[in-house]
Ligand binder design. Structure first.
Ligand code: HEC
Length: 126
């Protein structure tokens, strides 16, 4: 194999591994989500049942990505919902999840971290 081919191969291996880190298995994002308490109510992958076989408490983040990706303002909107919570009188996921609303998370997570998590969530399942 010539040198150019080797360099090209090495380059694509690096590209592939950084893609893997940008997705579902990103260790920094998983840690942030877990220390902020998000994973008590959310799973990453869709299709996972909630406690006692009920609908999951909150929507799987892959489903959130499917619902909001590419919509203008999604990043800002979802960051606000994460920090301030949602209203049980106008559930965004009514009938699809067993939780009626999300409590405000501003006590558990800083705005910059919430923003980081939301942009990661929006990239899931790409
Ligand atoms: C106590 C349970 C609970 C915790 C903890 C929780 N969530 Fe939620 N989350 C929910 C529920 C329930 C919904 C669906 C709300 C609705 O239908 O309006 C939701 C919805 C969402 C949505 C979609 C919002 C929308 O308007 O469609 C995002 C994004 C989200 N959560 C992210 C997070 C992040 C990030 C954290 C951690 C900082 C977190 N959640 C912690 C229960 C929770």
């Amino acid at each position: 194999m010539n040198v150019v081919a080797k360099i090209l191969l090495a380059g694509s291996a690096v590209a592939l591994s950084s893609m893997a880190v940008a997705s579902e298995n990103d260790p920094a994002m998983l840690k942030l989500a877990s220390t902020s308490g998000c994973l008590t109510c959310h799973s990453i992958e869709s299709g996972k049942p909630g406690p006692k076989g009920m609908a999951p408490i909150g929507p799987a983040w892959q489903d959130v990505a499917k619902q909001y990706r590419g919509k203008p303002g999604a990043q800002d909107f979802l960051t606000r919902v994460v920090l301030e919570g949602s209203s049980p009188y106008s559930s965004h996921w009514k009938g699809k999840v067993s939780g009626l609303s999300m409590p405000p998370n501003a006590v558990a997570i800083k705005e910059t971290d919430a923003r980081l998590l939301v942009s990661w969530i929006l990239s899931l399942g790409e």
